[in-house]
Design a protein around this ligand. Structure first.
Ligand code: ADP
Length: 244
């Protein structure tokens, strides 16, 4: 028997008043893959993410995780929001943000055990931010902030990781550090979903791809889905598409 898909989206519709963001979206994400969600601005990528992480209910359709209907609480799912969606004036250190990853298990007012502290340290080391631990988060560079958020996600753990544009505004070395971590998670059998903008890295980065523009234009293994024809249809002439 094959194991159930990590994520199944079945006939999902999501709208904001008159604006339909997702129309009859059906897609399956197998367990243990690194999948990119790609499409133009306004394609519904963030809306799909909101649905997956439970921030917004689908108006129609169904979400299933590991073969079971989605419930409100999704402790197996870890979310890394867009950097732009975060209040950077909030007075908290880099380490403080990473420690937030344990609050779901530890509780806000409980002292961290040695084991919990070990998880925080390991997560900071994985993205090379131990030297930044005492810095205020608002004073870090875009790349450093993104590393801190990834460390928080690692610290939290989970079976499914959802990242909304993790490479936006980060330097090249951070981008490659993030990719190393995401590949590592995939190799451990975790499922990683990444909203992504840069078509030039799609083939290198993702095992599977979901091309989205209100509807799913194509989904499946990257080498099958990443074709000039599919990209033309997804972007509807908004970009010049070059696929060698
Ligand atoms: P993407 O992440 O691909 O850029 P979004 O999911 O943010 O796309 O948006 C999909 C559509 O829904 C767009 O037409 C956008 O204008 C609309 N939309 C997104 N968020 C809201 C909102 N909070 N209120 C009204 N319309 C929204």
């Amino acid at each position: 028997m094959t194991s159930p898909a990590a994520i199944e989206v079945r006939g999902v519709q999501m709208a904001y008043d008159e604006t339909v963001a997702l129309r009859d979206v059906t897609v399956e994400i197998p367990t243990g893959c690194l999948v990119g969600v790609v499409g133009p601005n306004g394609a519904g990528k963030s809306t799909l993410i909101k649905g997956l992480v439970g921030a917004r209910e689908p108006d129609r359709g169904e979400l299933r995780f590991f073969g079971k209907p989605a419930t409100k609480k999704r402790p197996f799912l870890t979310y890394v929001p867009q950097r732009g969606a975060v209040d950077w004036d909030f007075p908290i250190t880099a380490e403080g943000v990473v420690r937030q990853g344990r609050f779901r298990s530890v509780g806000l007012l409980t002292r961290f055990s040695a084991e919990e502290r070990g998880k925080v340290e390991a997560a900071m080391e994985a993205v090379d931010i131990t030297a930044l631990r005492s810095r205020q988060i608002g004073n870090l560079s875009g790349g450093q902030q993104q590393r801190v958020f990834l460390a928080r996600a690692l610290c939290q753990g989970g079976e499914i990781y959802v990242l909304d544009e993790p490479f936006a505004g980060v330097d090249a070395s951070t981008e490659s550090a993030i990719m190393d971590v995401l590949r590592g998670l995939r190799d451990e059998g975790k499922t990683v979903v990444v909203v992504h903008h840069d078509l030039s890295t799609v083939r290198e980065y993702f095992d599977r791809l979901i091309l989205l523009n209100q509807v799913v234009v194509a989904a499946g293994p990257t080498e099958e889905v990443f074709t000039a024809e599919n990209l033309q249809e997804t972007y509807r002439g908004q970009v010049a598409v070059v696929v060698e």
